[in-house]
Design a protein around this ligand. Structure first.
Ligand SMILES: [Zn+2]
Length: 105
């Protein structure tokens, strides 16, 4: 099945602690259907010092979020929209916004 969400899409989080937050999709984990979204689902990692000039520290990094918890933000209407698929006359398959009916790809 074609992916509704792809890399470099802007998405809005629909559930969880980051609900309402928007970010860009940095990468897609196809096997688990999860996305790494910039600034979303930040978790603190405790990192041990590995050398004298690199102290132990707590860093915050993004953690993958399930694709069902986000919606693509449409560039035309700037809304978090559901995505449909449509086949053009030349055979290309494109995604479209179910709110404003504009093609996304
Ligand atoms: Zn739209």
């Amino acid at each position: 099945m074609a992916a509704k969400v792809r890399r470099n899409d802007t998405v809005e989080v629909m559930s969880g602690k980051d609900r309402g937050r928007r970010g860009d999709v940095r990468s897609v984990v196809t096997s688990s259907n999860r996305l790494l979204v910039g600034g979303v689902n930040m978790v603190k990692k405790h990192r041990r010092a590995r050398s004298a000039n690199e102290p132990s520290q707590i860093i915050e990094i993004e953690s993958p979020i399930h694709a069902s918890n986000v919606r693509v933000v449409c560039r035309s209407c700037d809304q978090a929209a559901r995505v449909g698929f449509r086949v053009l006359e030349d055979g290309r398959k494109v995604r479209y916004c179910k709110r404003c009916d504009e093609a996304i790809d």
